[in-house]
Design a protein around this ligand. Structure first.
Ligand code: MF3
Ligand code: CO
Ligand code: CO
Length: 273
């Protein structure tokens, strides 16, 4: 893999890893904070009886009101402002007129473009009261994200991140989804490198100051296998077991990382109090 100064790079996927400077970090901070603020905003609206289309509308309006364009709108034919993935849906759930019911767990994934920079983040929510096992799944998933972030610093590798996540999840007797990955981002939504949520220490790409990417592990109570529904988007667990996900956008710094998508309200994982 080669690295390229982002300012010299074409605004396109080239497979090279782009290295960004301080202005990019400032831009990513702004975009990331807006997406995180939207996730804060939405928490009080998630309850039994509301539709995911309504939540998606709130996310569109919040973006518009604060200078954020939903990156998913018209992205590869997708026509919504968020992905909302309920229960056994792993990711890329399409907002709809279906209402939430008591005990549903859902991931809400928001990416806003602010001044050209992408802030991409997701968290888990619950309509009403979750089952004990669902609560444990969400907790393991959040902790696996943090375990992955913990190893990020220059000289570590993408394999170190994946390994930390996989180890943590499998020790809890749950499964990491293998079919969807984190990704480089910046002025592009999805760029190199891919961030696998599994792997071996020392393998993959070497992390370097100035890299920007997401970490976004998806964890299933049952087996890892996924399939895509006929709508071409919705990814579900093959065994219909519950799935959860948390996502942060980060930049690699001199001695660690900066998470751009930390909650302005100090929220971490469900419940948001
Ligand atoms: N936000 C998702 C991610 O974390 C991507 C959604 S793309 C869409 O990468 F088209 F499905 F919306
Ligand atoms: Co996302
Ligand atoms: Co992402």
């Amino acid at each position: 893999m080669t690295y390229i100064d982002a300012e010299q790079a074409p605004l396109a996927y080239t497979g090279q890893i782009k290295i960004y400077g301080p202005e990019a970090f400032a831009g990513m901070r702004k975009a990331g904070q807006l997406a995180a603020a939207a996730l804060d905003m939405i928490s009080e609206h998630v309850k039994p009886g509301v539709t995911t289309a309504y939540l998606d509308k709130l996310i569109f309006d919040f973006g518009m009101a604060h200078g954020g364009i939903p990156a998913t709108l018209n992205y590869k034919g997708y026509t919504h402002s968020s992905c909302i993935s309920i229960n056994h849906v792993i990711c890329h759930g399409i907002p709809s007129e279906k209402t939430l019911k008591d005990g549903d767990i859902l991931n809400i994934d928001i990416t806003y473009i602010v001044d050209g920079w992408h802030g991409d983040t997701s968290r888990m929510y619950v309509a009403g009261t979750p089952k004990r096992i669902a609560e444990r799944l969400m907790d393991v998933t959040y902790k696996s994200l943090m375990a992955g972030l913990d190893v990020i610093k220059p000289g570590a590798t993408t394999g170190d991140i994946g390994h930390a996540i996989q180890q943590y999840v499998e020790a809890e007797r749950m499964s990491v989804v293998l079919d969807f990955v984190g990704h480089g981002l910046g002025r592009l939504f999805h760029d190199a490198p891919s961030i696998f949520h599994f792997g071996n220490p020392g393998e993959g790409e070497v992390l370097t100051e100035g890299m920007l990417f997401t970490v976004e592990p998806m964890v299933n109570i049952g087996k890892a296998a996924s399939k895509i529904l006929g709508d071409g988007w919705t990814a579900v667990t093959r065994d219909r077991s519950l799935s959860a996900q948390y996502e942060h956008s980060i930049g690699v710094t001199k001695d660690g990382y900066e998470a751009f998508t930390l909650s302005p309200k100090g929220y971490t994982s469900w419940p948001y109090l």
